[in-house]
Design a protein around this ligand. Sequence first.
Ligand code: SAH
Ligand code: SF4
Ligand code: F3S
Length: 465
Amino acid sequence: MREDMGQKKLFVNTMGCQMNVYDTGQIQQRMAPLGFEPTEDLAKADVIIVNTCAIRAKAEQKAFSFLGRLLPYKEQKPELIIAMGGCVAQQEGHKVLSRMPHVDLVFGTHAIRRLPQLIQKIAATRCRIVDVEMASAIASDDFMLGHASSSDVATFVTIMRGCDNYCTYCVVPHVRGRESSRTPDEIISEIEHLVAHGVREVTLLGQNVNSYGKKEGFCSFAQLLERVDRVNGLARIRFTTSHPKDLSEELMLAFDRLEKLCPHIHLPVQSGADAVLRRMNRRYTSRQYRDKVAMLRSIRPDIAITSDIIVGFPGETEEEFSATLHLIDQVGFDGLFAFIYSDRPNAPAVRFDNKIGETEKKKRLQSVLNRQEILTQKKNEALTGSIQQILVDGLSKHLSYDADERLVADALEGVQWSGRTGTNKIVHFMQAPQNDDWNQMLTGRIMQIMIEKAMSHSLWGRPLS
Ligand code: SAH
Ligand code: SF4
Ligand code: F3S
C-alpha cells in the first residue's frame, strides 16, 4: 500500500468518549497520506478499525461483539485488514489475536502515530501485529494538527493524555498511561488551524485538565485558557473534565474573566458519601465538593453544573446511597450521567468486598435518574421567557426530505434548527428559509433566541435576530 495506490476506503467505528472521538480524527488523518478516505459502508472498506472503550464491562463486550460481526466481511474479501484500537486494545493486547482470529492488528492508545507503518507492513506481508507500547511523555510527533470537516461548528482538542489519579474503579490510568500534556504552542496552532477551517467552538480535553502542564512546567490550565480566549474568530471555549480535588480558584475565576469561556462545568462527584469517596480514592469530601460548587456559583451565578455518579460501588450501603441522593438535591445539577459500578480488570476495586447485586444496582440507578429528571425539567422550565445566545450547529435531525432529497419545509414556518446555549442546553427553533443554501444560512452563527417552552432534554425557542 503506497501513496500512489489511489483511493482506498477506511471504516472507523468510534465506541468511546470524546477523547476516543478525537483519536478517530487522528487515525483518519494518519491514514489519508496512504490514500485512505473515510467510508460509512463496511462492505466497501479496505481497512476496518474499531476504536474501542474499556470504561465499563458493557463497552468492552460491545467492542468484541462488533468485531465478531466482521468475520463475514473478511471471508468475502480476504485482503481486508481488520484492526482493533483504543482502550480495549491497550488492555487486552495479544489476547485479542487468539480470541478473534480474523483480527490482523491490535494497536494501543499510544500507537496511533505508528498506524500507517503497521498497516503497510500487514498489507505487504499479511502478518498479524500487536503494538501496545506506551510512552511516559508525549513525543513531538504524537499528534497531528486536528482536522475539521467542513460542517464542524464545534470540535474537540486533546490537550493532555493519560491520568495519574488512580480512582480505584477506573481503567483509564491503565489504558491511557501516565498523565502528560501537549505544549501550549501546539494547542494554540491546532485551534487556529481549526478556526481557519470554520470551527467556532472548541472543547479542550483531558482526564483532569486542572493539572495541565504541571509536570512539564508549562503554564497553568487557566493561563492556557487565557491564550485560547485570544484566538481570533473563535466564539466559544469549553473543557472537560475537571477533578473536584484540583479545581483551583484561578480556574474558577476564569469563568468570570474570559469572554469566550462558556458558563458550564462538568464536575464529576461520583458519590455523596465520604466513606465511598475515600474507597474510590477521590481525595475530596462531599462538603469540599459542595463548597467548590458554591464558590463557582458566587463567581458565575448562571453557571451550569453537570456531573457523573457511580451507583453500587462495592460496599455502598443504603445510607451511603441516600447521601448521594441528598447531594443531588442539595447541588441541583443541570444534568447528570449516572452509571452502574462495573468491575474492571486492573482497577483495585475489582478485589473489594461486598459487591452490590445487579438488581439492587439497577434500582439505585433508577432512583438517581428519576430524581435528576425532575431537577432537569425544573432547570429547563426556569429558562422559559429568557433570552439565550445560541451557537447554531445545524438543522435538527429527523427532518423529512422529498424525492429529490430536498428538505420538506413549510414555506411560512421555515425549517427546524438546533444549537446550544453557553450552558450547553440544546435549543430548537424554526427559521424561515431565505435562500436555497439551507445549511450555510445559520450554521455557525450566534443567534438570540427567546425560550418559549421547556422539554425534559431540550428547549424550544423563537429567534429574535
Ligand atoms: N476523568 C474523568 C472521568 C472519565 S470516565 C473524571 O475523573 O471525571 C467517565 C465516567 O465514567 C466517570 O466519571 C465515572 O463516573 C464513570 N466510570 C469510570 N469507571 C467506571 C466503572 N468501573 N464503573 C462504572 N462507571 C465508571
Ligand atoms: Fe479515571 Fe479517576 Fe482518572 Fe477520571 S480521574 S480518568 S475517574 S482515574
Ligand atoms: Fe475514553 Fe473509554 Fe478509553 S471512556 S479513555 S475510550 S476507556
